[in-house]
Structures are given as structure tokens and as C-alpha cells.
Design a protein around this ligand. Sequence first.
Ligand code: GLY
Ligand code: MN
Ligand code: MN
Length: 454
Amino acid sequence: MNKTDIYQLRRNALAKHIFSKTGGGIAVIATAPELARNRDSDFPYRHDSDFYYLTGFEEPGATLVMKVARSGKSYRLESHLFCRPKDLEREIWDGIRLGPEAAPEILGIEFAHSNQELDQKLGELLADQDAVYVRLAESAELDRRIRDWMKQLRGQARSGINPPSEFHDIEVLIHEMRLFKDIHEIEIMRRAAAISARAHIRAIQACKPGMREYQLEAELLHEFRNSGSQSIAYNSIVAGGANACILHYRAGSTELLSGELCLIDAGCELDGYASDITRTFPVNGKFTGPQRALYNITLAAQEAAIAVTKPGNTFMQPHEAALKVLTQGLLDEKLLKLTELGSLENAIETAAYRRFYMHRTSHWLGMDVHDVGSYRESMPSSQEEKPWRILKSGMVITIEPGLYVRPADDIDQAFWNIGIRIEDDAVITESGCELISRGVPVKADEIEALMKNN
Ligand code: GLY
Ligand code: MN
Ligand code: MN
């Protein structure tokens, strides 16, 4: 299959959804804007994931317009890309632009125009269309432009032109498609996870007491970029000691101390797809007794979650399986008191574990690290709440239980400031799941062995 075929197939699948919903319509999807960091320096540019999913085009300043018209009993799709025009002066300073002349052939799109023609052409494309599909409330700039196009069309009502009368959110349609990864996407995600696994190994092996968190971050970045990944998928967390108990901590300048743990949550982005791995290891290469005890509970919780990560089970089942093991472990280690709670079931029911485990075990993973797609089934349900999503082959989730112990009078000091998370990426297969991030060891002994020669 040609690379551009993938995007054509996706646009066609989306057109089919639009056709079955409203018999046709116009979809408008803009890519992300460039963002200033300070004065005239920009943040590194990152395309919009939905836009890229449908075009494979990474430049800023672009908009995709899809016209889905009824044709007999079926539909006809016409795709228009509006992109930055060629401009020698700007290209000397900022880089080569594809331009509308080359875009149809390179991107496999029917029509391409300069983005300066967007307002005029969209006015034409919208005329006599009932349904418009946009990402509602996504961009103030697009909302403003839509208002202008509508005004323009309403002004032409006397010439017999009908402005659109329905606005639909296109996000739900695209996000439902993105939830299921095709072979091409899974292949990229496998490679992204393999790079991130190597980066974790590199950072774990580089770790020595006295180093700073940012130095391990540098090791991660080295491996990401040296392996061809374009970016981090999210800001890397490198958390020494007590910092591991701050869930959204970033790599800072804290010194890594012998006797403490270091938690690294980091993943690269490769060809637009994220990876998301967490490992926790002893700074001096040897777990203490209490560290190892909590580590093994967390790993057992992850294994229990992995065992139920399979098609037919719900999205919540891995979380429930992990909770059971974590809570039992907390009772065994007397961090939770059986005498107060009475039973494991009660400790779970009353959410007593939340003091030590306050996040979910999984999220969707894909182009975005917290990827899109509904976590609930959309079918009508007699229950008040829609049921949790049933896992199906092609979905990708993370499995990331953790335990975080803050100092407190009722907690044995030996456990204070231990923060542990173990996170892997799982592709749901026909019969279970494939862990694509296990290139980096996860058992306590294996981690110690990895650090032995430090
Ligand atoms: N790295 C973000 C997360 O684990 O959800
Ligand atoms: Mn995650
Ligand atoms: Mn993570």
C-alpha cells in the first residue's frame, strides 16, 4: 500500500460516517497553530493529531475541507487541502513549504489551494450544504471564520443560496476511528516503544548517587533523538526520592541520593505516535527491603491487570484487578489497617487505598499520550451510567499501577517518600494483549542486574 493510501482510506471512512449520519455535508479540520514561546522564539511545532490522521501533512497553516455529496444511493468525496503557498523569502528563513501545486501528488489529495484562498473557497463550498462538521469549541479562530462564512452566505440568501443549517461535532467520528489502530499504526507504536525502552535502559544504567534528575533526562533525550524519534511524547518525569510522590513532577535539579528510588516516566514520539513507559529503580542499584516489598506489590498488580487486558473485558477490569492486588499489599504491609477496615472488600469499597494510589491504571495511547476515544460504550443502556468500553483488538492502552507513600504519623517511617509506578504499553490482540514496551526489564532482580556494573 502506498503511504498516501492510508490517509485516503481514512478520509473515505470518515466520509462514509458523515454520509450515514446526515446524507452528506462539509467537514472542516484545521491543523494546530504555531505557538510563541517567548518574544520571537516559537515552541517546536507539532501538527494537530486529527488533521494529521487524515492527511499525513505536518506543516502549520493548513486546513482540510472534505465535501461529501450524495451520489445516487452512495456518496462522492472531494478533499481540498488549503496550505501555505510557496514563498522563496519565507522558505529561506523558515524552511521549505510543500505548496498547493505539489500537494495533490505528494499527499494523494484531490485538490490543493493556497491558504489565502480559504475564506473565498469555503464560502463557495458551504453554499447549499445543510450539514457542516467541525470540532466544536476547539478554536476561537475557526469559530470566528465560520461566523464570517455564515454571514457572507446569509448575505447571499436573496440570490437563492442557502447557508448551512446544522453544525455537527466531527471529533466523535474521528476519535472513534483513532481508537482502533491499524497495522501501520501499531507498527510505528512498536518502534516508538522500543526506542523508549532503550532510553530507559540507558538512563537506569547511567544512574549513580550524586547525579541530578536533569542528567538522567539528558540520557533519555539522547536515546530518543539518536534513534530518530522526532520529539518527546510528553515532558519527561525524572523524580528522585520524595519527588516520585508528585504525579506530574518534571525532571528537576534534585540530587539523586543513595538509598532512595528514582522514578522515570518518559516516552518518545515517533512519526506522530506516542509511547509512555515508567520504571522505578534504586539510585544505588539495590532495593531496600521496604522498597522491594512495595515494588513487588506494584509489579504483581500490573501482572494482574495485564492478565485481564483482553478483548471482551471492559476498560475498567485491568484497573479493578490492579486495585485488588495493591490494596491487599497495603494491608499486608500494614499501611492500611485490617483492624480498622475489616476486610479487603471494604478497603476497596471505601476507597481507603486512594491515599496511596490516586490515579487510574490505564488510558488510551496513540497519537496523543492520553489518546482520544470514548471510555464509555455509546449504545443505549438501561443503567443510568453508560457501561465502560469493551476492549477490542486494535485498541492500545497503558497499564500503570503505582504506590505513593507520603510521610505521616500513622505510617512506618521505613516507607516514607517511596513512590513507585510501573507502566507498560499494551496492544489489544485477538486473544489477549501484546506488551510493546517490555524491552526494558521490569522485575526487581532484573533491574538490579542491569545496574550491577555501574
Ligand atoms: N506520562 C503520562 C501518563 O503516564 O499518563
Ligand atoms: Mn500513562
Ligand atoms: Mn507515563
